[in-house]
Design a protein around this ligand. Structure first.
Ligand code: DX5
Ligand code: ZN
Length: 214
């Protein structure tokens, strides 16, 4: 299974988003990772449905929406209308199984996300309801942080559990991915790598190609 790249546009220039998206797509990215922050679940505020709607008009790849919002079940319908993969946090205060089911019922792929403080085993019971699981390798809220190696055994544990149960689930990792950490995450079992600050430079194309080659 080859590694997919889901670039986080958080570090993009928002006044030139269409141009940045064009560059990313030309570089061969597999999807776009959109970080939605509400200033409550995480100490930062980013963007919401109207911006994602505009991004959708300019992109040809699937939109991988990462909700970092409190009690996400309140907004699933709105985000499902613009997302292809819709993820929310296990720790965010919604009924996990019900929210995963709702996402699928609305025609999106479901993604359950865990913060660094959550163990992989805590979400094993929900795996049959997930199309993807996202393991955070930084505290959610900001781009440009350092990779936390504690994400690696979690990815391995999730991969082993999926294999044991015959579940075909994408394993995504998000935060601090660069030339050194990407191969570690891929080796541990991640097959979708989110990268923000690492990709937004003159070497975007080369860096996307490198991650995809892992
Ligand atoms: C953090 C976000 C990440 C982040 C990735 O809360 O979920 O997607 O922006 O950025 P880098 O790759 O710079 O860590
Ligand atoms: Zn993210």
């Amino acid at each position: 299974m080859s590694v997919k790249v889901s670039p986080s546009v958080l570090t993009a220039d928002f006044l030139n988003l269409a141009e940045d998206i064009r560059k990313l797509e030309k570089s061969g990215v597999d999807m776009l990772h959109l970080d939605v922050m509400d200033g409550i679940f995480v100490p930062n505020i980013s963007f919401g449905v109207p911006v994602i709607k505009s991004i959708k008009k300019h992109s040809t790849v699937p939109l991988d929406v990462h909700l970092m919002i409190d009690r996400p079940h309140r907004y699933i319908k709105e985000f499902a209308a613009v997302a292809d993969i819709l993820g929310f946090h296990y720790e965010a205060g919604s009924d996990v199984a019900e929210t995963l089911r709702e996402i699928r019922a609305l025609g999106c792929k479901s993604c359950l996300t865990i913060k660094p403080c959550t163990n992989a085993e805590d979400i094993f019971e929900f795996l049959p309801l997930c199309d993807m699981v996202l393991v955070m390798s930084v505290e959610p809220g900001f781009g440009g942080q350092s990779f936390m190696p504690s994400a690696l055994p979690k990815l391995s544990a999730l991969k082993a559990e999926c294999e044991r149960r015959g579940l075909n689930i994408d394993l995504e990792v998000d935060g601090g991915i660069n030339a050194e950490t990407a191969p570690l995450a891929a080796k541990a079992g991640a097959n979708v790598l989110v990268a923000g600050s690492y990709l937004f430079c003159d070497e975007m194309e080369k860096r996307v190609e490198y991650i995809k080659s892992l």
